[in-house]
Design a protein around this ligand. Structure first.
Ligand code: PLP
Length: 432
C-alpha cells in the first residue's frame, strides 16, 4: 500500500538521533589509523591529543566557552550525576533543589541521595509545564549545595528559564558568602541541557551565571557513549569517576577519542543548522500538530508552543492507550514513544505529565513525537496519512468515549491542589 515509504520513519529524536554522515566520516580515522592513547608521551599519542584539543574547542564553542571549561564524560547521565556529587563534596552541604519533572538521571540520583540522608526539594510545575522562579528561590536553604533544573523537558520539550534561575542562585550564593564569610560553599546552579544543543542557541552559556551544564553526544547526531560536563571557570570540581589524571584530573578514564572527535564535528553542525531547526524543523512539527488538531477531535498538545523546543510534540489522544498507539505505529514503520514506564503489566503514567496535572488516564494516552534535521516533508505526509484513521479505529474499539469522558477530563482542581500541596511541603521543609 505504502510501497514507497522508507523502512523507518524516525519520529523519536529526543530518544536518540542518527549519526550525521559528516560526524561518522570525522570519526573513522580515530578507529583505524590514529588509535594512540592521547595520554601517551610519544608523538603517535601526542598527535591524537592534538585532535582531542581541537574537538574540545569545537564543543566549547557550542556553549560560548573555552576548552578548559569542558570535561568529557561517558553520557548525559554521568554528567548530571557528576555535577551533583561534586558539589555536595566541595560545599559539604546536604540539600538539593530540583523539579518534579527531571529526567531519571537526576530523579533517581536524588532519590538515592535521599535514602542516604540528603535533603531534596522538588519544585512543582504548572498545568502548561512551566515553573516559577520564585518557587525555586523559596526552596533554597542555608544548607543547599546545588539547584539542578533541566533546560528543556525530554518528554514535552517545555523550556525552563534557566539563565534567570542561575542569576538568582548566584545572588543567593553571594548573599550567603557575605553573611557567613564562607567562600565557595554554594548554592551552585546546574542545568541538564541534554535536549537543547542544535535546537536553541547555547552560545550565551559561558556569559550567563550557569555553573554546570550537561550535554550528551547522541542527542545531537554524534554517537552514544559520550557526554559533556561544562564547568564555569574557577568553579571547584572533584571527579565522580576516579582514576587516572585524564581531563585535567577532573574525570578518570581514557577518553573516547573517536566519539569526542565526532561530537566536535556534531557541535559545529549544530551551530550551523540552528536556524534550520528553528524554521524548517519547527515548520514540520507545527504542520504535523495543526493537521492532527484539525483532523481529530479530543486531542490535546502538552505545553504551549511558545515555551517549547521547536522539535517536540507531546500529544494526548483521549480514549486510547498510548501503548496501543505505539504498537500500531511500530507496525506502520513509525518510531515514537510514550513517557510512561511499563512495569510488569501495570502502566505507570509519566511523572512529567502527572506533575502537570493530567489525570492518569489522559497521561496514559500521550505520545511524544520528536523531529530532527533528517526528517522530511514526506515523513510528515506519511504520518498524517496513517495516524488519523488508526486513532479512529482504536477509538471505535475503546470502551471509553466522549459520552463517558470522566477519566479523561483535565482535572484542574486536582492540579491546583497538587501544586498547592507541593508548595506547602516546600515551605514546611524551608521552615523546618
Ligand atoms: N537528561 C535528559 C533530559 C535526557 O533526555 C537524557 C536522555 O534521554 C539524559 C539526561 C541522559 O543522557 P544519556 O542517555 O546520554 O545518559
Amino acid at each position: 500500500m505504502h510501497a514507497s515509504r522508507p523502512e523507518v520513519i524516525y519520529l523519536d529524536n529526543n530518544a536518540t538521533t542518527r549519526v550525521a554522515p559528516e560526524v561518522f566520516e570525522a570519526m573513522v580515522p580515530f578507529l583505524t589509523e590514529y588509535y594512540g592513547n592521547p595520554s601517551s608521551a610519544y608523538s603517535f599519542g601526542k598527535k591524537v591529543e592534538g585532535y582531542l584539543i581541537e574537538a574540545r574547542e569545537k564543543v566549547a564553542a557550542l556553549v560560548g566557552a573555552t576548552a578548559k571549561e569542558i570535561i568529557f564524560t561517558s553520557c548525559g547521565t554521568e554528567s548530571d550525576n557528576a555535577a551533583i556529587w561534586s558539589t555536595l563534596q566541595t560545599t559539604g552541604k546536604r540539600h538539593i533543589v530540583t523539579t518534579q519533572v527531571e529526567h531519571s538521571a537526576i530523579m533517581n540520583q536524588t532519590e538515592s541521595l535521599e535514602r542516604m540522608g540528603f535533603g531534596v526539594t522538588r519544585i512543582p510545575v504548572a498545568a502548561d509545564g512551566t515553573l516559577k522562579v520564585e518557587d525555586v528561590e523559596k526552596a533554597i536553604r542555608e544548607d543547599t549545595a546545588i539547584v539542578s533544573i533541566m533546560w528543556a523537558n525530554n518528554e514535552t520539550g517545555v523550556l525552563f528559564p534557566v539563565e534567570e534561575i542561575a542569576t538568582m542562585v548566584k545572588r543567593k550564593r553571594e548573599e550567603f558568602e557575605k553573611t557567613t564569610g564562607q567562600k565557595g560553599k554554594g548554592p551552585y546552579f546546574h542545568t541538564d541541557a541534554v535536549q537543547t544543543p542544535g535546537k536553541i542557541d547555547l552560545r550565551g552559556v559561558a556569559k550567563s551565571d550557569i555553573d554546570f551544564l550537561s550535554m550528551s553526544g547522541h542527542k545531537l547526531h554524534a554517537p552514544k557513549g559520550v557526554g559533556v560536563l561544562y564547568v564555569k571557570r574557577r568553579t571547584k570540581v572533584v571527579p565522580y569517576v576516579i582514576g587516572g589524571g585524564q581531563e585535567r584530573g577532573k574525570r578518570g578514564g581514557t577518553e573516547n577519542v573517536a566519539s569526542i572527535v565526532g561530537l566536535g564535528r556534531a557541535s559545529e553542525l549544530a551551530v550551523e543548522r540552528l536556524e534550520e531547526e528553528g524554521t524548517r524543523v519547527r515548520g514540520l512539527r507545527d504542520r504535523f500538530e495543526d493537521a492532527l488538531l484539525a483532523r481529530l477531535p479530543h486531542i490535546y498538545i502538552n505545553g504551549r508552543r511558545d515555551t517549547r523546543l521547536p522539535n517536540t510534540s507531546n500529544i494526548a489522544f483521549d480514549f486510547v492507550e498510548a501503548e496501543a498507539i505505539l504498537m500500531r505505529l511500530d507496525k506502520l514503520g513509525i518510531c515514537a514513544s510514550s513517557g510512561s514506564a511499563c512495569t510488569t503489566g501495570s502502566l505507570d503514567p509519566s511523572h512529567v505529565l502527572s506533575a502537570m496535572g493530567l489525570t492518569p488516564a489522559r497521561a496514559r494516552s500521550c505520545v511524544r513525537f520528536s523531529f530532527s534535521h533528517f526528517n522530511t516533508d514526506a515523513d510528515i505526509n506519511y504520518a498524517l496519512e496513517v495516524i488519523p484513521p488508526m486513532i479512529e479505529e482504536l477509538r471505535a474499539m475503546s470502551p471509553l468515549s466522549p459520552e463517558h469522558p470522566d477519566n479523561f477530563a483535565y482535572d484542574v482542581t486536582a492540579a491546583r491542589e497538587r501544586e498547592e500541596k507541593g508548595m506547602a511541603e516546600t515551605m514546611a521543609a524551608i521552615n523546618e
